[in-house]
Write a protein that binds this ligand. Structure first.
Ligand SMILES: Nc1ncnc2c1ncn2[C@@H]1O[C@H](COP(=O)(O)OP(=O)(O)OP(=O)(O)O)[C@@H](O)[C@H]1O
Ligand SMILES: O=P(O)(O)OC[C@H]1O[C@H](OP(=O)(O)OP(=O)(O)O)[C@H](O)[C@@H]1O
Length: 216
């Protein structure tokens, strides 16, 4: 493997879109759009740099195994993955949102917690949720879902959800209210530890450009 060739893992949608200006700052342009192309390996204006399109939650896996040298992933995804084998040098301050607990507007969460009730919580983020409720001493049964967590309390699957909130419009549209903010979320640059050593000369200028362009 050449120490000049780099592979960057990105997910479609907001991470791809919000990473583009950072790549521009490093002089890199992706020459195909993943929204219109079915290609999973996209060329750039730099013959030695390609972008691979993967699921958001798969980015850490590609980078950990060295199938990608670096990638962009949300703090939520990194905490759920565990982040082993990954160097996380830069908070890119993109894809900003928060991880929160939400319940139906007519559910008295505070008194349920005070009374020591055992709560059913639906979430895709089981590690973050488990850690959060354990730290508060709240007993929960976690129900793992892969999407549309907001539906679960509306149809009696759970009492509460742990999900990402940005504008709050998805919660509002489903008559849910945010009762606890667990943590702020943004996306990070993640780098394969071996690539950082072997390809430092190639990676460092890109890392520096990203760090400069992503200052809040
Ligand atoms: N509404 C939002 N506003 C801002 N950032 C968000 C929002 N929702 C998610 N994010 C952040 O963007 C990242 C990518 O979100 P995206 O919706 O592309 O993937 P996903 O559907 O969560 O993941 P997967 O496709 O693996 O199930 C998330 O990991 C999170 O950090
Ligand atoms: O507070 P809001 O601004 O409504 O955003 C919150 C929603 O965004 C995420 O979903 P997803 O990525 O599927 O939704 P989006 O792309 O429509 O924001 C998340 O799982 C929430 O459902």
């Amino acid at each position: 493997m050449s120490t000049r060739q780099l592979t960057l893992a990105l997910s479609k949608g907001r991470i791809f879109e919000e990473t583009m200006p950072l790549l521009q700052a490093a002089g890199i342009t992706v020459t195909e759009n993943p929204e219109t192309s079915r290609k999973l390996i996209l060329p750039t204006n730099d013959a030695d740099l390609r972008v691979i399109i993967v699921r958001a939650s798969d980015v850490p896996t590609y980078v950990e195994y060295g199938a990608a040298d670096f990638g962009v992933a949300g703090k939520d995804v990194l905490l759920e993955h565990g982040g082993e084998g990954l160097y996380q040098p830069i908070d890119l301050n993109i894809a900003k949102c928060r991880m929160s607990v939400a319940v139906p507007a007519d559910f008295d969460y505070a008194s349920a917690v005070r009374q020591g009730a055992r709560l059913r919580v639906a979430t895709k983020y089981t590690q973050i949720a488990r850690q959060h409720f354990a730290s508060k001493g709240v007993h929960v049964d976690l129900i793992k879902l892969y999407g549309s967590m907001e539906l679960a309390p509306l149809v009696g699957l759970s009492d509460a959800i742990v999900d990402l909130v940005s504008t709050g419009s998805t919660l509002r549209a489903n008559r849910l209210v945010e009762v606890e903010r667990i943590m702020d979320i943004s996306s990070r640059l993640v780098v394969n530890k071996a690539a950082l050593k072997l390809k430092r000369e190639r990676l460092q200028p890109i890392l520096d450009a990203f760090a400069k362009a992503s200052n809040p």
